[in-house]
Design a protein around this ligand. Structure first.
Ligand code: AHR
Length: 507
């Protein structure tokens, strides 16, 4: 039996701007994300430009990817950028100790990454190496990438075939410094971040937005140590040119780290626990934000969630170090729930990066290792359907009538999730019916602006376990959603169980 919900949206009450960078991505040298995903090499039979797979680029361009974080992750803290420049035959190889202990030949390096960003139309977010690198190494990488004119690193870049500097707006100072990035203590890392940041220079008009490696989940002690290092509350001397943002990571792990569960073979209990865990991101963002408000009431320091997404057991028969997992309708709903939360907290949350774009964790795209077939995942479709929120202004959404929340452990899991924004005479409403068993009749009560036209789109499937494969590319794909006028100023939509929908409004 269908439940009902009434959703009031104040289209004329502007909230915080939703940075397009909340729809950012992450690509690590991990499993088949770079090699076999983005990069197939120039000799591949698959259409490519400089080794970069063109159908992957085309699929991702449709998402208007705003930024791409690279080269890790944990890999970032063992990556030495000078090994990845110059003629490929001369590049030394290394062992990727974090991910499968495989040999990394460094054929995809700085130039290839920047070429990929250019093809995608995405802004680069480079994550430097603090754990096993040096201040000099990181500072020279910035010089190599962004300096114009003449200097040792500029001459090296030109010798490698690139005259013009690139624009690199985002820079990460290490990754998970409390763990794979060096097992550091919060205060020790905070001091290192200040030191590294000092030598990451703005060359010419390239202004770096420097991001300190932040907490795992709700480790507020870590965040507070970084805030103390940068905010100068009571420090007496304003620190100059330090970092502009603090990151944190939050993964939707519904089971334990040892037994995370299958991406496609799960029961209702697992489903509920997963959605509840995804919704809990709001508590974690609130906790970080309110701590940041205490140190930085003017909200000058950004909060960056530069790794998020579902993390399941790897697909049977695949390398456990490659983190290759399928992606089902349930994952799409995890994504839609996150985006609603991101939109509500866009004042402090300035960037988010899904982990990871191709073939790793909650990917947009899966490439078949044998045939090369390209599969768009259900999560891909949520990113595409929500594209209209990029750089839009969020507006308040009040779910004033909704089905009763479902109790999962000590958490009340809401069965409806929604958010909305306006931009350039258009409104975009995102709606999720998280009930895996019952449909939902939604009345959209749109206030403040007259609506001239509507277009509805729906993403659902036969079950929360449904997913796309090379043999069934469109098992989960968006279709048209009928939107009917109800009483004056309201619209009615019917959402099937476990579904995501968008309603675009012409205002
Ligand atoms: O995304 C996979 C890994 O998860 C990243 O390398 C690391 O930062 C995190 O622990």
């Amino acid at each position: 039996k269908a439940s009902t919900a009434r959703v009031v949206i104040d289209l004329d009450v502007p909230g915080p701007a939703i940075s397009r960078h909340l729809y950012g991505h992450f690509a690590e040298h991990l499993g088949r994300c770079i090699y076999g995903g983005f990069y197939v090499g120039e000799d591949s039979e698959l259409p490519n430009e400089g080794g970069i797979r063109l159908d992957v680029v085309e699929a991702l361009r449709a998402l208007a990817i705003p930024n791409l974080r690279w080269p890790g992750g944990c890999f970032a803290d063992e990556y030495h950028w000078q090994d990845g420049i110059g003629p490929k035959a001369d590049r030394p190889s290394m062992v990727n100790t974090h991910w499968g202990n495989v040999e990394e030949n460094n054929h995809f390096g700085t130039h290839e990454f920047l070429a990929l960003c250019e093809l995608l139309g995405a802004e680069p977010y480079v994550n430097g190496n603090v754990g096993s690198g040096t201040v000099r190494e990181m500072s020279e990488w910035v010089e190599y990438l962004t300096r114009d004119g003449d200097s040792p690193m500029v001459r090296l870049r030109k010798a490698n075939g690139r005259d013009e500097p690139w624009r690199v707006p985002f820079w990460g100072i290490g990754n998970e410094a409390w763990g794979c990035g060096g097992n550091q203590r919060a205060e020790a890392y905070a001091d290192l971040a200040r030191q590294y940041a000092t030598f990451l220079k703005d060359h010419g008009d390239n202004k770096l937005y420097k991001i300190a490696a932040g907490a795992g989940d709700d480790d507020l002690r870590w965040t507070e140590a970084l805030l103390k290092a940068v905010s100068c509350l009571g420090c007496g001397r304003e620190p100059k040119n330090i970092f502009q943002a603090i990151s944190f990571h939050y993964y939707t792990v519904a089971g334990t780290w040892e037994h995370k569960g299958s991406a496609t073979d799960f029961g209702l209990d697992d489903y509920y626990r997963t959605i509840a865990k995804a919704q809990d991101i709001e508590r974690v963002i609130r906790a970080h934000s309110s701590l940041m408000d205490a140190y930085d009431p003017e909200r000058k320091i950004g909060l960056v969630l530069d790794e998020w997404g579902t993390w399941w057991d790897v697909e049977p028969g695949t390398n456990p170090g490659f983190l290759y997992q399928q992606n089902a309708m349930r994952d799409a709903l995890v994504a839609s729930v996150h985006f609603d939360v991101f939109h509500r907290h866009a004042e402090r949350l300035v960037m988010a990066n899904i982990a990871q774009t191709v073939n790793v964790l909650q990917a947009m795209l899966l490439t078949d290792a044998d045939s090369g077939a390209l599969v768009r995942t259900p999560t891909y479709h949520v990113f595409e359907m929500n594209k209209g929120h990029h750089d839009a202004v969020s507006v308040p959404v009040h779910v004033i009538e909704r089905p009763e929340a479902y109790a999962v452990d000590d958490h009340a899991m809401e069965l409806v999730s929604a958010s909305a924004s306006v931009k350039d005479g258009r409104g975009l409403v995102s709606l999720s019916n998280l009930d895996p068993e019952a449909g939902l009749e939604v009345i959209l009560d749109l206030r403040g602006v007259e609506v001239q036209g509507v277009v509805g789109r729906l993403l659902t499937a036969s079950s929360p376990q449904a997913h796309n494969t090379p043999a069934s590319l469109g098992a989960v794909a968006p279709v048209e959603l009928p939107v009917n006028p109800a009483s004056r100023g309201t619209l009615a939509v019917t959402l099937p169980p476990h579904s995501f929908a968008t309603v675009t409004l012409t205002l």
